[in-house]
Design a protein around this ligand. Structure first.
Ligand SMILES: Cc1ncc(C[n+]2csc(CCOP(=O)(O)OP(=O)(O)O)c2C)c(N)n1
Ligand SMILES: [Mg+2]
Length: 335
């Protein structure tokens, strides 16, 4: 096999590996939550893996990325350590935020993951801010900003895109349009049919891609990142995708989407599609990919084992690792 073909093969297999890692990690996390080991609630990326991986693998490992509430998949796609992510979900001191962040705060600066937050739309101005810092420092990086269709209806989305455009900031805005904000269909919440159409209001290119096709997402984000790095400013990419599960774990909602619709999307599963593509082109055999899947499962089990063996953070560390000065609260008794 020629050297370039081998390199491409390795990239494709790594794309599949990361998609499998997201799905397996999410399945395991849900199992742990149902067993009462993970507290609170979580939002699963199952069904949306191609957007996470296509986007994150189209930028460099040291480029920045911001996530949102449905954001276990983003740091995994960016190359974060599964052990430290799982430890965070389980509240352990070895977690990426030392066990004090949890499911919606999987920041991992070591892979450029600047953070995630539960406030819908809140990471968009952070991405614009990261873009401004990149521009001022001349570091040549880009920032990839993930957000949902619902987030695109918040005021802060428009502020972030406008600022990024007038200052030509190196940001790629990547909308994961899974077509619902909890139970609200995008069809009744957006004045335009496609979120990408909003790009024209901010004089930036807007592109719609098939979010179940990892290569389509990868190509669109790569082109947008190249454009950003060349000083030409931001791009809005909209990936059409779908979440298979409920908005979040434990949520019981009234019927808002049909079983047929869910089934139709599952027929275009991003992992099944890409696995078939790899095998069809002779880049790997079905057996080799089955081994890959087993290896991913073993990695996720090892991550759970690592988390289980890690201690919880000390109460004394409660005020460590904060952005704001916690002095006024430090004096108050804990517990
Ligand atoms: C500012 C704000 N408004 C409302 C909520 C409640 N909320 C949490 S997730 C969500 C839906 C977000 O939809 P979308 O951006 O499409 O992301 P998805 O959940 O579909 O991935 C809402 C309304 C919130 N967390 N923050
Ligand atoms: Mg949505």
């Amino acid at each position: 096999m020629a050297v370039e073909v081998q390199a491409e093969r390795a990239t494709y297999v790594e794309m599949l590996r990361r998609m499998l890692a997201i799905r397996t990690f999410e399945q395991k996390a849900e199992e742990l939550l149902n067993r009462g080991e993970i507290l609170g609630s979580m939002h699963s990326s199952i069904g949306q893996e191609a957007v996470c991986v296509g986007g994150c693998m189209a930028v460099r490992p040291d480029d920045y990325m911001t996530g949102h509430h449905r954001s276990h998949g983003h740091p995994i796609a960016k190359g974060a350590d599964l052990k430290r992510l799982m430890a965070e979900l389980l509240g352990r001191v070895t977690g990426v935020c030392h066990g004090k962040g949890g499911s919606m705060h999987l920041a991992d600066f070591s892979v450029g993951s600047l953070g995630e937050a539960a406030i819908v739309g809140s990471s968009l101005p952070i991405a614009a801010g990261a873009g401004l810092a990149i521009k001022l420092s001349g570091s040549g990086k880009v920032c990839l900003a993930f957000f949902g269709d619902g987030a695109s209806n918040t005021g802060i989305f428009h502020e972030a895109l406008n600022l990024a455009s007038i200052w030509k900031l190196p940001v790629v805005f990547l909308c994961e349009n899974n077509q619902y904000a909890i139970t609200t269909s995008i069809k009744i919440s957006s004045a335009v049919q496609q979120i990408a159409h909003r790009a024209s209001a901010y004089a930036m290119p807007g592109q719609v891609v098939d979010g179940q096709d990892v290569l389509a997402v990868h190509a669109a984000v790569r082109a947008a990142a190249d454009r950003a790095r060349a000083g030409e400013g931001p791009t809005l990419v909209e990936a059409m995708t779908y979440r298979y599960g409920e908005h979040s774990t434990r949520l019981r909602l009234p019927l808002y989407r049909s079983a047929e619709e869910v089934e139709a999307w599952k027929q275009r599963d991003p992992i099944v599609l890409f696995r078939g593509w790899i095998v069809e082109r002779g880049l790997a055999t079905a057996d080799e990919l089955a081994h890959l899947e087993d290896a991913v499962k073993a990695d996720v089990e090892a991550a759970v084992e690592f988390a289980h063996q890690s201690p919880y953070p000390d109460l004394d560390s409660l005020w460590d690792d904060m952005y704001a000065d916690p002095s006024p609260w430090r004096e108050r008794p804990i517990g």
